[in-house]
Design a binder for this molecule. Structure first.
Ligand code: ZN
Length: 179
């Protein structure tokens, strides 16, 4: 098992900006602990964050958010990337679509992605789908992802588990082992 931890869209606009949800900040502390554990064990940490331009397709459906170079597109202060972490800018829901993520993971010899961040039934789910299609095993610690309601959270996790064979677990359980 060669895991990497993905941190999807824990950026200002999703926590306290234009797309904020009071539930979003719940993931910060568990992700912080999990990233500490990963870094101590030499497990790669990869941030995949929205970095939009005005003509991006998402803006047919959502308000403008996470504009390239803006405060809203920055990872929240509590989870600031550290030296040695990797960063990917994405332009739509999936962290794989049109990005170098797959090449990066292959270069790191990763076969398992531990997916954390926002939003469970949108960007997390699309990352899980594309990871599955590309042959990676998917693990989701449920306390490290959030959606806009309990229903969406549970439906998202169930979908990811059922359709991509993901292991749904908790950060506590993951940290009992090196990952
Ligand atoms: Zn977006």
């Amino acid at each position: 098992l060669k895991p990497a931890v993905l941190v999807i869209d824990v950026i200002n606009d999703f926590v306290s900006g234009v797309m904020e949800s009071e539930r979003s900040s719940r993931v910060i502390r568990p992700i912080m602990r999990l990233l500490g554990h990963a870094r101590r064990n030499g497990i790669p940490v990869i941030y995949a964050s929205d970095s939009h331009t005005p003509d991006d397709r998402e803006f047919d459906l959502w308000p403008n958010h996470a504009m390239e170079g803006s405060w809203g597109a920055q990872v929240v202060d509590e989870l600031k990337p550290q030296v040695g972490d990797h960063r990917i800018n994405k332009h739509c829901y999936s962290a794989f679509h049109g990005t170098e993520l797959d090449v990066l993971l292959k270069g790191l010899d990763v076969d398992t992605v531990v997916i954390t961040g926002l939003v469970t039934n949108i960007c997390v789910q699309h990352a899980a789908a594309d990871a599955y299609f590309r042959g990676y095993d998917v693990v989701v610690p449920s306390d490290c992802v959030e959606a806009r309601s309990d229903e969406e959270q549970e439906a998202g996790l169930r979908y990811i588990q059922r359709n991509y064979g993901a292991r749904i677990t908790t950060s506590e359980a993951l940290m009992k082992k090196p990952l």
